[in-house]
Ligand binder design. Structure first.
Ligand SMILES: [Zn+2]
Length: 436
């Protein structure tokens, strides 16, 4: 019994020996082994998303285009309901990435997409819901005609776009009523994307929503919002920086071409060569390859990209639930915008080779025996604010370690060592002294 008590006392004393301190210039080492990983920081493979990636929210608004009398497209009530459902169906596909059909028998990994769409009302318009209805006899339908009316013209966006550049503007247009009457007209759901301008147009949603596919439990099943969700993911894919996969070279080796198979069929070649990729034309449009997702997330992380401008800025305020804990040897080659704290566990090593933004008051906590290698990295707050700093935990002889090599930068932190003095801060002198 005495023996047990003694052990207990030792355990308590060891536990109470834990010390914490913010990173000091004396703590920094420049000697370490770095990974031999050769991925370039700007290569798409540095951005293959995993479950530690913050989900990116692309802000979006919708414009329902009707003729001068307000006809040939959804009423306000029906249109509002449709758009809400449409976003649910679009996000459902994004949340349920499927295995690629091609090449037949492939082992292409199925990664989480880690992005979604979110309706973005304009904060400058009272009571706005981000869904707009325009009656415009001249511009409402989706046809090629005069120069002003050409499908590639940006006239409609110029006239009606809201929060241009900052929000993905989606114009929902009907096919021309005369076309729909014609027996030779092939009705399709189709669209056109305008990358870099952050807008797109979709056609066919309204007339498909009128098509009945059959009766289920006494209720008519229509080609409603779910039927057209693949189109939204396809056209927005263009805006997010990915390309058609069925012909030519889209810059991805994991998205093979296919011989125009619209759907899987019994006979060759469409029995084994049909595609379900979102950037093909097919009935599924439910698979994103690692390369495609890497490209999208690279654009989201690039501070100068058009795609990043559309994101909801989820990385500015601290969300403790989004804290990431590193448990083994990990390398971050691509840039990240963290939403919570970053913890480097006992015996874990995190090597950062890129830009990482910490949220306001966010901390990097290094457990005893854990190691952070800043290899040309840049730690910052991307929101013009300050994160807290790097906390080292010590227990006995074991302490968290920090290695700084290849001109790594630590900035915008309130506490502890930083490579550049804080802007307009009184602690500037203290810091300069530290550096000497
Ligand atoms: Zn396309």
């Amino acid at each position: 019994m005495k023996h047990l008590l003694f052990i207990l006392l030792i355990l308590i004393s060891i536990h109470s020996c834990k010390e914490t301190s913010f990173l000091n210039s004396n703590d920094i080492s420049t000697e370490t082994e770095v990974s031999d990983q050769l991925v370039r920081p700007n290569h798409y493979s540095a951005y293959y998303p995993d479950s530690t990636f913050a989900i990116r929210y692309v802000r979006v608004n919708f414009h329902i285009m009707r003729d001068g009398k307000g006809l040939h497209n959804f009423s306000e009530e029906e249109g509002t309901a449709y758009i809400h459902e449409y976003l649910i169906e679009t996000n459902k596909k994004l949340a349920d990435n499927q295995k690629m059909f091609i090449p037949d028998g492939n082992n292409t990994p199925v990664l989480p997409t880690r992005y979604r769409f979110e309706l973005a009302p304009d904060p400058n318009i009272d009571g706005d819901d981000g869904i707009y209805f325009h009656n415009d006899e001249e511009l409402y339908n989706f046809v090629k005609r005069s120069k002003k009316r050409s499908q590639m013209s940006n006239f409609i966006f110029k006239k009606y776009g809201v929060q241009k550049g900052k929000v993905l503007n989606v114009f929902v247009q009907p096919h021309h009523p005369d076309s729909l009457k014609s027996k030779t007209f092939k009705k399709v759901i189709t669209g056109i994307a305008f990358p870099n301008k952050n807008w797109l147009r979709l056609a066919g949603l309204y007339s498909y929503s009128r098509d009945t596919m059959g009766i289920k439990k006494g209720v008519a099943v229509t080609k409603g919002a779910w039927f057209c969700a693949g189109l939204m993911n396809h056209e927005s894919g263009h805006v997010l920086g990915i390309h058609h996969t069925w012909s030519g070279n889209d810059g991805c080796s994991d998205t093979p071409n296919n011989p125009n198979c619209y759907t899987r069929q019994k006979n060759a070649p469409c029995n084994t060569k049909a595609s379900n990729n979102v950037m093909d034309y097919n009935t599924y449009q439910n698979a994103w390859s690692p390369c495609q997702l890497g490209k999208v997330h690279r654009n989201f992380s690039n501070k100068n990209s058009a795609q990043r401008k559309m994101l909801k800025r989820t990385w500015c305020s601290l969300n403790p639930d989004a804290t990431i804990t590193i448990k083994d040897k990990t390398v971050w080659t691509g840039s990240r915008d963290l939403e919570g704290h970053l913890i480097i566990g006992k015996r874990a090593v995190l090597e950062i080779k890129s830009r990482v933004s910490l949220p306001k008051d966010g901390q990097i906590i290094i457990k005893p025996g854990g190691k952070l290698i800043l290899n040309g990295a840049k730690l910052e707050n991307d929101c013009g604010d300050y994160w807290s700093g790097i906390v080292l935990e010590k227990r006995g002889e074991s302490k968290g370690q920090v290695v700084i090599i290849n001109n790594a930068v630590i900035k915008d932190n309130t506490n502890g060592y930083r490579t550049k003095p804080k802007k307009g801060s009184t602690s500037k002198k203290k810091n300069n002294k530290k550096k000497k």
